[in-house]
Design a protein around this ligand. Structure first.
Ligand SMILES: Cc1cc2nc3c(=O)[nH]c(=O)nc-3n(C[C@H](O)[C@H](O)[C@H](O)COP(=O)(O)O)c2cc1C
Length: 326
């Protein structure tokens, strides 16, 4: 049984999107600093290129350097998935072995990129037209990865919305996660992403492959919008791309920052109280605990728990339980 990070992920969750030329290590470190997603994705890298680099010691060092820089990450980014594109199953297998050794937590197969140069190789979105090959690629990656997660990122069809057939087919391939950009290949990045198709994908998942995690993608503008899309579609997670560019604070919305600050203050206040006031009545601190617990999601529930606590220990436990739920 595969035990990848996807199986233990707390829902709902967020991923930062793979964006060629954008989601590099510098960009991801900015997100780490200002508000990280639950899962990072690298830019796409070529399976053929990786294998070529690994097998040909004579490859010029500049080209190898480009690959190595694209694949660099810091441990704090984990879990991190690396995305690969290509059309040769054998090179997907070899790449998976290599990337596993490099410590990536997941491998993501690109089956959605509309770029002409990528499609010309039979890769990216053109894989949507070749389900048999996609199946072989998924099998090849699975063979190479041991317990890393195997996911695939795709669109809802090539020329039109074919969610039922295409996503239905992918769900038969026993993937750990399926990331669905709610546009057909023919739409490029224009128009609006179809989240009702993504909702359909969730329904298909429930029927065909309950263990596969569904991640919705396309057009998420901010956290409020994300919340609506979660509710509308029932996805397990959402992936955000363009809205992160120039906005590394995307995931640290004010509400969450306020909550984190207030929780931190509660724990600090409890620690000072515990250290200095051994015989003072615990109830004396409650007016402060009540005042801290306002202005964030779940504040009222936490306040009620804290008001019932009878010791610093119990109050800490209530905070810890709240933290594990939120
Ligand atoms: C500059 C740029 C580069 C992209 N590169 C990739 C890529 O390497 N792999 C991929 O699967 N999708 C790629 N995408 C698509 C995004 O991952 C995402 O599916 C798309 O932008 C829709 O999400 P958004 O509306 O949140 O941006 C790229 C998009 C942009 C704008």
């Amino acid at each position: 049984m595969n035990k990848s990070f996807w199986q233990n992920i707390k829902k709902p969750f967020f991923c930062s999107a793979p964006m060629y030329g954008v989601s590099d290590e510098a960009f991801r470190r900015m997100l780490l600093k200002y508000g990280r997603p639950d899962v990072f994705f690298t830019e796409m890298v070529s399976a053929d290129g990786l294998v070529y680099m690994a097998e040909r010691a004579g490859i010029d060092s500049k080209q190898a350097g480009v690959f190595l820089e694209t694949l660099r990450f810091v441990p704090e980014e984990r879990p991190i998935a690396v995305q690969i594109f290509g059309s040769r199953p054998e090179n997907f297998y070899k790449s998976a072995l290599l990337l596993r050794q490099m410590g990536f937590d997941g491998i993501d197969i690109n089956a959605g990129c509309p770029d002409k140069n990528i499609e010309k190789q039979g890769a990216g979105a053109s894989l949507i037209k070749n389900p048999g090959l996609v199946k072989e690629i998924i099998v090849a990656v699975k063979e190479g990865v041991a317990d890393s997660g195997v996911s695939l990122k795709t669109r809802i069809g090539y020329n039109a919305n074919k969610t039922e057939e295409w996503v239905g087919y992918l769900l038969e391939q026993d993937l750990d996660a399926l990331i669905i950009h709610g546009r057909a290949r023919s739409q490029g990045f224009g128009g609006t992403a179809d989240w009702s198709a993504i909702k359909k994908a969730v329904e298909l998942r429930d029927r065909i492959s309950p263990r596969t995690i569904i991640v919705g993608n396309g057009g998420i503008a901010d956290m409020k919008d994300a919340k609506n899309k979660f509710e509308e579609s029932g996805v397990d997670g959402a992936m955000v791309g363009r809205a992160l560019i120039g906005n590394p604070w995307f995931f640290s919305d004010e509400e969450k920052e306020r909550k984190d600050k207030k929780i931190k203050a509660i724990l600090e206040h409890l620690a000072i109280f515990e250290e200095n006031f051994k015989i003072k009545n615990f109830d004396d601190i409650k007016k402060h605990l009540a005042a801290y617990t306002s202005g964030f999601d779940g504040a009222k529930e936490l306040r009620m728990e804290l008001m019932e606590s009878k010791s610093v220990e119990e109050a800490r436990k209530a905070v810890a339980e709240f933290g594990s739920k939120s």
